[in-house]
Ligand binder design. Structure first.
Ligand SMILES: C[S@@+](CC[C@H](N)C(=O)[O-])C[C@H]1O[C@@H](n2cnc3c(N)ncnc32)[C@H](O)[C@@H]1O
Length: 377
């Protein structure tokens, strides 16, 4: 391992002086260290960066989410103020595309107040450029700072960057997984010497039955609770979109991505995106416990098709050059398709709403009555 990362030297020093650190602390340092954290120092997105997200694949993604926000606004009786909030807005592309789509609805467009929750100063600058034509935008460090009011909240590929805990099953119980120094002084995974007290009782039966050596991951519920309690109490709805699983299960999903390839998460901390899959069942459980409405999760491909992505693609292709038309077709395939290169199955969409909103666009096929109403309005 080369000592190219300034954070590596700092983490080694920390472990030498205070002992092994839990995986969540390691991940937090990799992503959020005040000087060297991955998400505090650079723009990781795009072909030149480390990875590509759905809004960067095609304008269709943000446009359809904008129209989804319009459907929520209508469902809550078109309030005169709607806070459109995005958590972890990246380059601002999703919001810019959503706002462009919403310009066709002046009553809603006038009602919008835009709130971007972003910690990365480099990305904040990019968001300012992407949204330079829009008014009424405020940046925040946390969603807690967004003023009260009805809201639509987007979080695309945000939960996967929130630090996870990992526990490893041993004969005498589950032990917190740690990062330590091996005999040659390199970072290595280890486990805390004592088991976590009564950890088994918190786990679903099938995880409890996992073999010795199995890994279980979890994130604190704080962030999902902030989002769910806001829409429960103040009207509106949220969309959580991310890669992950719909059933809590054992498995080690901690991964690092640099330059569009998988990397060793213990190598060059702070220089790769360290993430883990999202446990959607855990998000659903926390949301239900709070009494907010839960919709889905559904595969991203199904969600986007129900919102009309195929029709939008055909419209774009009709006006495009042959080359641009091929780009639209390949973006459509990437956003809704399955397999390793497609995002349509691996990514899931979870809707959260105030309890009275029993249906949200994109989560179930429209009834014939809905279709008739859409045609006449
Ligand atoms: C994987 S990127 C996704 C960006 C964007 N949503 C997209 O789809 O292109 C994660 C985003 O979350 C931001 N972020 C990471 N940790 C955060 C935190 N604790 N609070 C707010 N934003 C955070 C990053 O700076 C970045 O904008």
């Amino acid at each position: 391992m080369t000592e190219t990362s300034p954070l590596l030297a700092e983490i080694k020093k920390l472990i030498k002086s205070s002992g092994p650190i839990p995986v969540w602390r390691y991940m937090e340092l990799c992503l959020m260290h005040p000087q060297h954290g991955y998400y505090l120092s650079k723009d990781p997105l795009g072909r030149e960066g480390d990875f590509i997200t759905a809004p960067e694949v095609s304008q269709m993604f943000g446009e359809l989410l904008g129209l989804w926000a319009a459907s929520v606004w209508k469902a809550i009786d078109s309030p005169p103020l709607l806070r459109l909030i995005e958590i972890g807005p990246g380059r601002g592309t999703l919001m810019a595309d959503a706002l462009r789509a919403l310009r066709v609805l002046p009553p809603l467009y006038q009602a919008l107040s835009i709130h971007l929750v972003e910690v990365n100063p480099v990305l904040r600058d990019k968001q300012k450029s992407a949204l330079s034509g829009s008014r009424n935008i405020t940046w925040h460090d946390t969603i807690d700072d967004v003023p009260d009011g009805p809201s639509v909240i987007f979080a695309n590929e945000y939960f996967d960057v929130l630090p996870i805990h990992q526990a490893v099953k041993a004969e005498n119980g589950w032990h917190e997984r740690t990062v330590e120094l091996d005999d040659s002084g390199k970072l290595a995974f280890g486990v805390a010497s004592n088991p976590i007290p009564r950890f088994d009782v918190l786990l679903p039966s099938w995880v409890r039955a996992a073999p010795v050596g199995a890994v279980f991951e979890w994130r604190p519920d704080a962030e999902i609770m902030r989002i769910a309690s806001r829409v429960r109490d103040q009207e509106g709805a949220a969309l959580i979109i991310d890669y992950g699983h719909v059933r809590s299960d054992a498995g080690d999903t901690l991964q690092a991505i640099a330059r569009h390839s998988f990397a060793d998460p213990l190598e060059n901390p702070g220089q790769a995106d360290v993430t883990a899959h999202v446990d959607f069942q855990a998000l659903v459980r926390a949301t239900e416990d709070l009494g907010a409405g839960v919709h889905g999760p559904v595969p991203q491909g199904d969600f986007l098709k129900r919102l009309g992505i195929e029709t939008r693609a055909v419209n774009l292709m009709a006006k495009a050059t042959r080359e641009a038309s091929e780009d639209v077709a390949s973006a459509l395939k990437r956003l809704v398709g399955g397999g390793r290169s497609g995002m349509g199955q691996m990514f899931k969409v979870l809707g959260i709403s105030e309890p009275n909103l029993t249906t949200l666009a994109g989560f179930a096929d429209e009834t014939p009555e809905d279709k008739a109403e859409a045609k006449t309005s």
